[in-house]
Write a protein that binds this ligand. Structure first.
Ligand SMILES: [Fe+2]
Length: 205
């Protein structure tokens, strides 16, 4: 089946001046996202015609395209999750999200403290994900767009901690950006992400 070209989604609630995250940061960040879209399409097109007879694990065109596709498409998915839930008013999680966080972690406060600390420990991303095999929420970190996701888990929250997400606004003070991220998180969108993941779980049973 031929590759259907991806197009950039729009995120009017996120790509503007937010509480503690500047318009410049969000606009530049959105341009990076569009770059992931463009490169995903470019790689997919090249995969249609790449020479498979030279496939080699040390170096080959096919290997390069496959590896970089995981980076590009990971960048698309991570940023679409990020921008979709940015532009809210922060505060407390919605009912189901709070219920499952309290069920799957020692407490909401303990989860939040760990998630923020994980944002300092990661080099790229922190995710709160619903693991369909474990049937619970889990926290995971990533050092790049294509590390270290775990199969059969659906991201509910994706916090970008690459420097480009905060350097204009906070320099190296990432912890301040992490506070700003939560002050702008749309918990309603997070709840929708969770409900969708739980519906997938119901189908899988
Ligand atoms: Fe980013």
């Amino acid at each position: 089946m031929a590759w259907k070209e991806l197009t950039a989604k729009t995120f009017p609630n996120a790509i503007k001046e937010l509480n503690g995250i500047s318009q410049r940061t969000n606009e530049e960040h959105y341009e990076l996202y569009k770059g992931y879209i463009a490169k995903t399409n470019e790689i997919q097109k090249k995969l249609d015609t790449v020479d498979r007879s030279t496939a080699n694990q040390i170096y080959s065109d096919l290997r390069s395209l496959r590896v970089d596709l995981s980076f590009a498409l990971g960048g698309v998915k991570n940023h679409e999750t990020y921008f979709a839930h940015l532009g809210g008013k922060g505060g407390q999680p919605s009912a189901k999200t709070l219920e499952l966080i309290n069920r799957d972690f020692p407490s909401y406060d303990a989860w939040l403290a760990d998630f923020k600390a994980s944002g300092l420990a990661a080099r790229g991303w922190v995710w709160l994900a619903y693991d369909h095999d474990l049937q619970r929420l889990t926290t995971a970190v990533g050092d790049a767009q294509n590390t270290f996701p775990i199969w059969n888990a659906t991201p509910i929250i994706a916090m970008d901690v690459y420097e480009h997400a905060y350097w204009f606004d906070y320099g190296r003070l990432r912890a301040k950006y992490i506070e700003a991220f939560f002050n702008n998180l749309d918990w309603g969108v997070v709840e929708q992400n969770l409900e969708r993941a739980l519906a997938m779980q119901a189908v899988a049973k």
